[in-house]
Design a protein around this ligand. Structure first.
Ligand SMILES: C[S@@+](CC[C@H](N)C(=O)[O-])C[C@H]1O[C@@H](n2cnc3c(N)ncnc32)[C@H](O)[C@@H]1O
Length: 317
């Protein structure tokens, strides 16, 4: 992939003439790389949309249409496997693991809240033979999801641009048997009640939500290190601790059927991502090597400041 990229380092002003997004930054080796945000500041959805509309660095790191940290079977409790997946494989493995919890049939109807580029929707529709609708805030991601839909005309897929805090009107009267969501709710934890209400409103009685999400900690600790290398980089204004997260789900009328703490999987993902970001010499918008952001994120995970949860929520029948 690096061979296809520019080997020179043009002046920043020439990037604008070339039509390269403003957040596009070149590494010192002269390899084209994607910066992260227009500004390292915490803000609302407009900036999250901006971030994901321009986050082409994920293509280089994940090398697939999944935009996610992954699942590593060798780290699972009781695993006897020693085979370590790479970051690309781990993204697909997460979908596979979530599907074991969803128990889908061809009659199932699935909504993916924050579907990104729709790769998981394709994989679920292909494996289970069911219909899948994906919603995402980023027009760039939905455009790619629609390309995947065209490439898979035999699958029952639909993609809509919109927010999970206020689902597109086309979905308001729909009912799904399952909702899946990966690393998307965290972007709107300050509005998690609205997200849960939306999920509830489009779920059949007895329906399941299989949700994989980032959480902070129940001590309410946000260190400067976490702020610099995690919160600001990802435009998180508020990240709930696991206990408050679960309380909100229960208050919204869900029972929490199953919870896994995927802290080790989160740390392993960031370790592999740090390696890739270092090899590609990707810089954050503020000039910090992305590898440094990622290594510090591993550190705050190891210190118990942030984690990744996988939960199954159920509506009463
Ligand atoms: C880490 S990516 C995960 C994408 C996808 N779930 C996957 O696993 O590949 C987070 C996604 O959440 C989307 N997102 C953030 N805030 C959102 C909102 N309020 N409504 C819908 N999508 C949102 C982003 O556009 C992005 O595609």
């Amino acid at each position: 992939m690096a061979g296809m990229l520019p080997r020179f380092k043009p002046a920043v002003s020439s990037l604008f003439r070339l039509g390269v997004p403003r957040s596009f930054v070149l590494g010192s080796r002269g390899v084209a790389t994607a910066g992260l945000t227009r500004a390292q500041e915490v803000a609302g959805q407009a900036n999250q949309k901006d971030y994901y509309d321009q986050s082409s660095h994920y293509d280089l790191i994940f090398k697939s249409d999944n935009i996610r940290l992954g699942y590593f079977p060798h780290l699972a409790e009781g695993s006897r496997s020693s085979h370590e997946l790479n970051i690309t494989e781990s993204g697909y493995a997460l979908t596979h693991h979530m599907m074991t919890l969803m128990q889908l049939t061809p009659e199932s109807t699935v909504l993916d809240m924050g579907c990104g580029k729709g790769q998981a929707c394709v994989d679920v529709a292909r494996t289970a033979g069911c219909s899948v609708v994906g919603v995402d805030l980023s027009g760039t991601n939905i455009a790619r999801a629609n390309e995947l839909k065209s490439l898979n005309p035999d699958l029952r897929l639909d993609f809509l641009e919109g927010s999970i805090t206020d689902l597109p009107s086309k979905l308001k009267s729909s009912k799904f048997s399952h909702i899946m969501t990966v690393q998307a709710w965290v972007h709107v934890h300050s509005d998690l009640d609205a997200v849960l209400a939306e999920a509830r409103s489009v779920l059949e009685p007895g329906g399941l939500v299989v949700v994989e999400d980032f959480c902070s900690n129940d001590r309410g600790i946000v260190t400067e290190q976490a702020m610099q290398h995690f919160y600001k980089r990802l435009h998180f204004d508020k990240v709930l601790g696991p206990a408050e997260w679960q309380r909100k789900a229960e208050t919204a009328g869900f029972s929490v059927e199953h919870v896994e703490d995927l802290k080790d999987h989160m740390a392993q993902s960031y370790r592999l991502m740090a390696q890739a970001a270092g090899d590609l010499e990707i810089l954050s918008a503020d000039g910090t090597p992305l590898q440094e952001n990622y290594r510090n994120t591993v550190d705050i995970i190891d210190k118990g400041e942030v984690t990744m949860l996988l939960a199954v929520l159920k509506l009463p029948a």
